[in-house]
Design a binder for this molecule. Structure first.
Ligand code: PEP
Ligand code: MG
Length: 876
């Protein structure tokens, strides 16, 4: 027997999601529960995969199975496809494993043609209904199957209504509907050059193909990428016999949730329309009535529906989103699924279900999507205002939240305008470390260049500031203080709004509302913490960020990027003096000026974090990043440094590198200038001793050497660290333990991890650089060409956002294994941006790391993701 590709609803069940898709599995389950479900069959996701394997064709075997099940369906329903006496009409709907907006949704009334419609009119004694159904079918089929724009058909309806002098579709009579059918068919022929297909079997096969095709449309691909849904899952197709909500005033159709999807309140929530079909509810042409009205209008139907809703919720132990139709006073269930909900509702429902004894705390932890927590921590757009707004462009959703403010083009302006009480959005080609203060002052940051690990993205996430990066369609003219996007010109001072959770850019002001955290949040996070094995640290460079992260539950600092402290106030001057120094003595003098600043910064960090671990990374970026680029700045800074413009220019040109990311940075700086490592060690250890004495607590600083590829590099720098530190500790007469470890961010370090571990007491995977260097993709430029990779299906997602578990992940696992062979108690963590990405956190759990470290606002997300990973792991 050939492989089975098609299943009657009565042959499946709710557990067959992978094969039947969510919709198909639930229709089968409801059938099994004896609920009133119009019967039909599901064409499996495997058939979809086969369709693509066969070069976008439904092969003869699958076609035969479809027709075979159609015959069985005819028998069950007692109606026949294409039979004018008693016609079977069907709906055709897509249904992937995870519900996926963006794909083809629904075709209703399939099976109608000029003969069948006459029979239907006679059979139901309702010609208006029959022709209304027919014109709807032509419209939907043309739109979704033949890709004819819906608007063309809407225009014809509008013209018809104008001719008749009426406003509502319901005011059109049977003759009008008949006339619409004619006009629609004429339009179809004009557009397609052929007649509208009359054979119901041809209509069916075309519709099934359209569903399969829609799996690969651009909208679906974008949605899949955002939600990490694999392409090879495919979609199922559901063919269900029609029931008619548009057959009179005792008929209708509606959608309802067992709880409120916005707030989580436990009360039936939804709406319905009398004498209508599904798309009328969505289209908004007529205003639906709240579900509560149904109780008055059709008490028996309401009672039955409420009882089914309750049964379904109990059965699935989750809030349900249901579609129903009433045909001549009889209720039918068309669909049920776990309802989509806001973050606030997700939390409330999870907690309520535990309190109602329906699910366990562990199960509740699995019910909230970690990414959703963002919405509880950041401001969001006012929902009503957002509905009316139209995006004018889209960049990468680099740091979540919503921002609305006046456009400024420099970090200085951002700071100055904000100081005057203005809300601003900073628009830059890209940002660099010197923009930090302006970035902190802005409501949001919008950049033309740069990916998910660009400076703007990383820093904005750290601050919890909304950021949209890499919107290449923007043309910025800094001199004229304006930018253009989608034909609009936006000047300095104009309002824009950006959404860091979707990447959308709006050329108007959209009010924002503050995030609200309810008491449920803490309770829920406690359950998550009880379940997880991974520790969650934060990447923080300032006491403010560290304190924020601690509030969000961070258990340590996994990465303090010391260079971020180099830009504030006067310190940048000392940094520049160090860079332009011609000899060791001058360099040491400049470093001596920096020392008290660094030490003060570290003391502040230790005070906030107290006995929690703090990992401090030594200077990492290439030195040219600290020097000016613009002519006027060069002049000014040469003056400040008391050297000639020519001298400064020479230093700058000497520091020029063709590939700075592969250049003189990381531990290579300490190899060239050991005095920098010496100064930084002094700052860390002295600060630790001070805070230890001041607070009478144990402090255990961890010093992290970046960008090591060869153990001897680490050995060399470590020697400087230990010599300096041991002397300081001995001189102070205290006992203090400290650790020296490294980042694993160069593939060679991962390959040689057994050797590296001889010197390193801990490894922290710097997966930003490790991804960059494993793929050989510049982390700042990859955004420019990755779209082509998605289109060609070479990549399904951005490897800088979601860890490439196969390739980069293999290096991580290898390094963890080799590291532990040398040093069984080696402490292993990750501090690349992936440390706050749920699927990457799950990988880290499974790879056996000890902790993940991420920006403060992602700490709750990582806690929840770590908990879910542990629960899933324990169930395997
Ligand atoms: C990394 O490379 O993953 C890392 C954390 O370091 P940075 O982003 O500062 O290069
Ligand atoms: Mg790095």
């Amino acid at each position: 027997m050939s492989h089975k590709y098609v299943y009657l609803f009565s042959e499946g069940n709710g557990k067959m999601r992978e094969l039947l898709g969510g919709k198909g599995a639930n229709l089968a389950e409801m059938t099994g529960l004896g609920m009133p479900v119009p019967q039909g069959f599901t064409i499996s996701t495997e058939a979809c995969t086969q369709y693509y394997t066969d070069g976008r064709q439904i092969n003869a075997d699958i076609q035969a199975q479809i027709y075979d099940h159609l015959a069985k369906m005819e028998e069950i329903c007692g109606k026949k496809f294409g039979d004018p006496e008693n016609p079977l009409l069907v709906s055709v709907r897509s249904g992937a494993r995870a519900s996926m907006p963006g794909m083809m949704d629904t075709i209703l009334n399939l099976g109608l043609n000029d003969t069948v419609v006459k029979g239907l009119a006679a059979f139901t004694n309702n010609p208006r209904f029959a022709y209304d159904s027919y014109r709807r079918f032509i419209q939907m089929f043309s739109d979704v199957v033949m890709e004819q724009p819906k608007s063309e058909f809407e225009k014809i309806i509008d013209a018809k209504k104008a001719e008749k002098g009426v406003k509502l579709d319901t005011e059109l009579d049977a003759d009008d509907m008949m006339d619409l059918v004619c006009r629609f068919k004429t339009l179809y022929k004009q557009q397609k050059g052929e007649d509208f297909p009359t054979d119901p079997k041809v209509q069916l096969m075309e519709a099934v193909k359209a569903v399969f095709r829609s799996w690969d449309n651009p909208r679906a691909n974008v949605y899949r990428r955002m939600n990490e849904i694999p392409y090879d899952w495919g979609t199922a197709v559901n063919v269900q016999s029609m029931v008619f909500g548009n057959s009179g005033n005792t008929s209708g159709t509606g959608v309802a949730f067992t709880r409120n999807p916005a707030t989580g309140e436990k009360k039936l929530f939804g709406e319905y329309l009398i004498n209508a079909q599904g798309e009328d509810v969505v289209a908004g042409i007529r205003t639906p009535q709240p579900i509560a009205d149904l109780e008055k209008q059709m008490p028996e139907v309401y009672k039955q529906f409420a009882s089914i809703a309750n049964t379904l919720e109990q059965h699935y132990q989750d809030m349900q989103d249901m579609e129903f139709t009433i045909e001549n006073g009889k209720l039918y269930m068309l669909q049920t699924r776990n309802g989509k909900r806001t973050a606030a509702a997700a939390l409330k429902i999870a907690v309520d279900l535990v309190d109602e004894g329906m699910i366990s705390e562990e199960e509740a932890v699995l019910r909230v999507d970690p990414k959703q927590l963002d919405a509880l921590l950041h401001p969001q757009f006012d929902a009503a205002a957002l509905k009316k707004a139209q995006a004018i462009g889209k960049g990468l959703a680099a740091s979540p939240g919503a921002a609305c403010g006046k456009v400024v083009f420099t970090a200085e302006d951002a700071k100055a305008w904000a100081a005057n009480g203005e809300k601003v959005v900073l628009v830059r080609l890209e940002t660099s470390p010197e923009d930090i203060e302006g970035m902190a002052a802005a409501e949001g940051i919008l950049t033309v260049r740069g990916g998910m690990t660009s400076h703007a993205a990383v820093v904005a996430r750290g601050m919890g500031t909304c950021c949209v990066s890499g919107c290449g369609e923007i043309n910025v003219d800094y001199d004229a203080k304006l930018f253009t996007l989608a034909g609009r010109t936006i000047h300095e001072g104009d309002y824009i709004s950006i959404d860091g959770s979707t990447g959308n850019i709006y050329g108007e002001a959209i009010p924002t509302v503050e995030a609200s955290i309810s008491g449920d949040f803490e309770r829920f996070m406690k359950w998550a913490d009880d379940a997880r094995r991974l520790d969650v640290y934060t990447n923080a460079d300032t006491p403010r960020d560290a304190a924020q992260a601690k509030k969000f539950g961070a258990e340590g600092i996994g990465l303090c990027r010391t260079e971020h402290m180099f830009f504030e106030g006067d310190r940048i001057k000392a940094v520049r003096e160090m860079i332009v120094a011609k000899d060791l003595e001058t360099r040491k003098k400049a470093l001596a000026k920096l020392l008290p600043y660094q030490q003060g910064d570290f003391e502040a960090l230790f005070r906030v974090m107290e006995e929690h671990p703090v990992v401090i990374r030594f200077l990492d970026p290439p030195l040219h990043e600290f020097l000016p680029t613009k002519e006027e700045d060069i002049k000014e800074i040469a003056g400040e440094l008391d050297i000639s413009v020519a001298e400064l220019k020479e230093v700058i040109s000497n520091l020029h590198e063709f590939n700075p990311m592969l250049g003189h940075r990381g531990c290579r700086l300490a190899v060239s200038y050991p005095e920098i490592a010496e100064m930084q060690t002094t700052a860390v250890i002295t600060a630790a001793i001070h805070v230890m004495q001041e607070k009478n607590i144990q402090i255990r600083p961890e010093i992290m050497i970046p960008l090591v590829g060869e153990v001897k590099e680490l050995q060399y720098v470590k020697k400087i660290v230990t010599t300096t530190a041991d002397k300081l500790i001995a001189d102070a007469g205290v006992t203090m333990k400290y650790e020296v470890g490294t980042m694993i961010e160069i593939p060679r370090a991962a390959l040689m991890a057994d050797e590296v571990a001889k010197e390193a007491e801990f490894f922290s995977f710097g997966t930003n650089d490790l991804t960059q260097m494993t793929f050989g993709f510049s982390r700042d430029d990859a955004g420019k060409f990755l779209d082509a990779y998605y289109e060609k299906k070479i990549f399904e997602s951005d490897p800088f956002e979601h860890l490439d578990q196969k390739g980069v992940g293999r290096l991580v696992k290898l390094a963890a294994k080799l590291g532990r062979e040398t040093r069984p108690d080696i402490h292993l963590g990750i501090c690349g941006e992936h440390g706050g990405d749920p699927s990457s956190v799950e990988f880290c759990h499974n790879a056996g790391l000890d902790y993940v470290s991420c920006s403060p606002f992602r700490v709750p997300i990582a806690r929840l993701a770590a908990a879910q990973a542990a629960i899933k792991d324990s169930r395997n």
